[in-house]
Design a protein around this ligand. Sequence first.
Ligand SMILES: [Zn+2]
Length: 449
Amino acid sequence: MNAYGIVIHQNMIQNTVETDVKEAAGLFNTTLVIYVVILGIIPSLLLLKVKLEFGSIKQEIWQKLKLWAIILVSIVALIAPLTADYASFFRNNKNIRQMANPANFIYASISYASASNKSIHVKAIGEDAKLNPKAATHSKPTLFVLVVGETARADHFSINGYNKPTTPLIAQQDIINYRNVFSCGTETAVSVPCMFSNLTRDKYSDKKAKSQEGLLDILKRSGYSVLWRDNNSSCKGTCDRVDYEPMKDLKISAYCNDRECFDNILLHEIDSKISAMNGNKVIVLHPKGSHGPDYYNRYPENMEVFKPVCKVNKLQDCTSEEINNAFDNTIHMTDQFLNNTIEWLKTQSTNYNTAMIYLSDHGESLGENNLYLHGMPYLIAPNEQKHVPFFFWFSRGFEQENSINRQCLSDQTNTEYSHDNLFHTTLGLLNVDTGLYKPELDMTSQCRK
Ligand SMILES: [Zn+2]
């Protein structure tokens, strides 16, 4: 909390439970050790040495009542003259209770435990899902790639007007880029399940999303072969019933150093992978993107184009310029990975109608207002954590056979959209008919015949 300005709410406890060694190691540093030793271990040892002497139960109760009475009287005496100030303070700072440590940490842990304690039965949804007649007119099968980005901030993409050339390669591609897209959550554990769910952000809860199927189940039911390739922590339950490949475990030297594997590993031997799949295909790629605080670990040395760079995970020890440079290098790396993915799709376009969507799960604070990383409660989270990149890339074949009017889409790229749109836009683009589909949430419904 001191280092990154975060609060320990229920979702942060969930992040803690769902993390992995690599992600946790990225937050580990000597300051943390000093904090734990001086504020945790030494006081605990001193406390161990204190001999407690208890009186009789009667005496103890009397003692405690006296103490509580004094405390209550003091509280009332202190607050009474300032009631109006306090009332407006708490009204204007609703999140303040979430900053009270350790009380909130205990409350958040209990809420998380009681929410996740019940065994969840996954309910089938969209059981009527099937391909519509338009799909039957296609001359080629569909190959659709969905890239679920990590921690990418829209305003740090030069295609969105950022002043450093972070995305020179995708700028050359024929993409349709949306500039006003907002995430469902401010952390992976919320955003990823939410974007694959038909629940909109105002209706979303972790429990609801986990107790029903999602987008990938419906695509599979309508006949798509679905594969999730992961270089991140996991798919957060969204790919439980489709094929899953944890790429970072492969440790292929062409893509990995001794610490970790870079995102291009997601394209490793992908040709042979897709030729083993049947019919229409959907591939979800889940890169590690810009995950912090150790941004400098997300790209190989020769991809360090913006310098000087923050090379520690104690971000407060770096200048704002160093932090931004390190983060911008991760976006520059993502630009290369996305460009490679598009170039690969082009090589497949003789055999398939190919298309791609890229969007990020949430953004990142880089020290604005002393906030770092992400995961702030949504209502008080700054736009840096919620404003995410989003673009389409379509091959000519995909565009023509689905009667997509590119100009019509380009005219709407400044409209405000959110993760709520992904579910319905994907069903629309992939010609899936189901009662769950809402054309008003499909970003392309106005622009397809
Ligand atoms: Zn994330």
